[in-house]
Every structure is written in structure tokens, then in C-alpha cells.
Design a protein around this ligand. Sequence first.
Ligand SMILES: [Zn+2]
Length: 193
Amino acid sequence: MRRAGSLLPLAAVLFAALIAVSAAPGQAPSPAEKQIVIFHINDVHGKIDNFAKVAAILDAERKTGGDVFFFSAGDNFTGDPVIDRADPPGEPMVELLDRLHLDLLSLGNHEFDYGLDAVRKLVAHFPTISANIAPEPGILPGLKPYVVLTSKSGVKLVVFGSSRSSPATACRRRTPTRSRACDSASRSLRRSR
Ligand SMILES: [Zn+2]
């Protein structure tokens, strides 16, 4: 993922998509439409300053009782010393996304900056998808190309992940220590187009 998005305030890259789903042909027509609200972030790059606002927005929408999802399109890691220098690196971001009840994560190339352990932690905490990052067998067993989510009102959403850049592209600008972890992670993965 490109870094440009990280320059925007987090609230600016958080938006709600309203999806009206019509009844399928042949099914009972009532109710005629259902509304699903999807909040989405990407390229946060460790900038957690506005997460309290994000939490307030999510809480307010969830309290309405409607169908609400919260997705991340990746690149949550790298760019803020609070996240980069944590022990282990990335831990505060995982904890915050957990508290915000992230429903789905699509891996970005910068998710590999801290090495495979940090990626494994993400995959362990959140449903994680990428259709074009193929780990060696057993490396990231929880990673799926796509998921089928079912909303509270019974609507099925098929969501697939696509990682724009290879994990190896994130390794070039790291410190020597971090480069070793990143290189090691990227060697275990390959990206197909
Ligand atoms: Zn990015």
C-alpha cells in the first residue's frame, strides 16, 4: 500500500458505506431492502492519535442495533514510534484494533515489517484475508483468500483481499535489525498476480 493515505487524519480515511440489498429473485419481497454499514480504514501506519474518535463513531453506529462491520485494508504497522518501538513491535496496534472489534483485515505489505510473529498475531486476532499472498504451507494457516460474512439480518457478504505490493517491497527502508525480520518474513511468502 502506498503511504499517501497515512498523511490524512485517521478520521478522514474512515468512512461508512451504505449498501442497500434488494431481495433476491424468487424470495419473499419483505423487507424490500436491508442496510449494511461498513466502516473502513487503511494505511493507518501506526497513527493512533484519533482512535478515540474512531471508537466513538463505531460505538454510536453499533448502538443503533443495525448491521455494522469494521474493516481494515491493511498497512496498520510502521510509521509511529509508539507502535514501531513497542515490545513486541506492533502490539499496541493489535490491542487497539481488538478493542475496536475489527471484523476483517486484508494484509498490506507493511504488515510484514516486524517479521512473521507480528503477522501471526494479527491472523490470530482477526479474520485475515489476502488472495494474492501465498504463504509456504504451515506459515500462516489462518490466512484466507476471501471470507463470507453474515450480517445480523442474514445478508451474506463475500469479501476478498488483494495485497497491492509484495511483502518484500516493505523491507527496503527498514533498520538492519528490522530488515532481517522483514526479509525472513517475505522469503516465506510469495505474491501472485
Ligand atoms: Zn501504506
